[in-house]
Design a binder for this molecule. Structure first.
Ligand SMILES: NC(=O)c1ccc[n+]([C@@H]2O[C@H](COP(=O)([O-])OP(=O)(O)OC[C@H]3O[C@@H](n4cnc5c(N)ncnc54)[C@H](OP(=O)(O)O)[C@@H]3O)[C@@H](O)[C@H]2O)c1
Length: 176
């Protein structure tokens, strides 16, 4: 990938699903640090430690599946729902606004034009509301991946959590 930068055909290198563990391995060998690391991020998996690490290394962290890929369990969290209601906004708008406000570009998908329009209409969250959403994952059973790629044998997309460097256990639950 670094060689491709010299051809002028590639402007930046990005990686995906890289944990701190695997970024450490990569950065030992890379001449060019990745510009971007795209990982699953939403209120149930805020990736605070990875965010701090990427900020320190100058890697832009971006959020895939910011709405939980159609399994947005956090939409019904009472604190999260209350914030949405108080802004007269959809839960999706709150998740997207929280990510934009914390400096993590969300990569949202919708095939519905009305949702697309709403999804790009951001709301301004107060510091207190940001803090509440930052901490929703601390509730019992909340801190987890919402992806369907987790397998009962404790692997995700054929990788073990240890190989991936993800602090997870079977089903994508984060080890506390
Ligand atoms: N790098 C990776 O490993 C990786 C992994 C997964 C995903 N991604 C990328 O991340 C992007 C988005 O991810 P995603 O599709 O997995 O997740 P997502 O954006 O979190 O969720 C998409 C789902 O949310 C629904 N949705 C959209 N707006 C909504 C709203 N306002 N209210 C309720 N539901 C809403 C969509 O349904 P409708 O279409 O019916 O609106 C769709 O079912 C994609 O570009 C994908 O390729 C990357």
């Amino acid at each position: 990938m670094e060689k491709l930068l010299d051809t002028g055909k590639v402007r930046a290198i990005g990686v995906s699903n890289f944990s701190i563990k695997n970024l450490e391995i990569l950065l030992k060998h890379a001449k060019v640090a990745p510009a971007n690391n795209q990982v699953e991020i939403h209120p149930y998996l805020p990736q605070h430690a990875l965010q701090k690490y990427c900020d320190e290394k100058g890697i832009l962290l971006s959020a895939y599946s910011p709405l939980g890929q159609g399994n947005p369990m956090f939409f019904s969290d009472p604190d999260f729902a209350r914030i949405a209601e108080s802004h007269d906004a959809t839960p999706a708008q709150i998740s997207i606004s929280w990510l934009v406000q914390r400096g993590t570009p969300p990569i949202v998908k919708s095939a519905n034009v009305e949702r697309m329009k709403k999804n790009i209409t951001l709301v301004k969250l107060s510091p207190g509301e940001m803090e509440v959403i930052d901490n929703i994952h601390r509730k019992p059973g909340a801190h987890r991946s919402l992806m369907t790629y987790h397998r009962p044998d404790g692997t995700a997309s054929m990788w073990t959590y240890e190989q991936l460097g993800w602090p997870m256990t079977v089903g994508g639950l984060v080890k506390e």
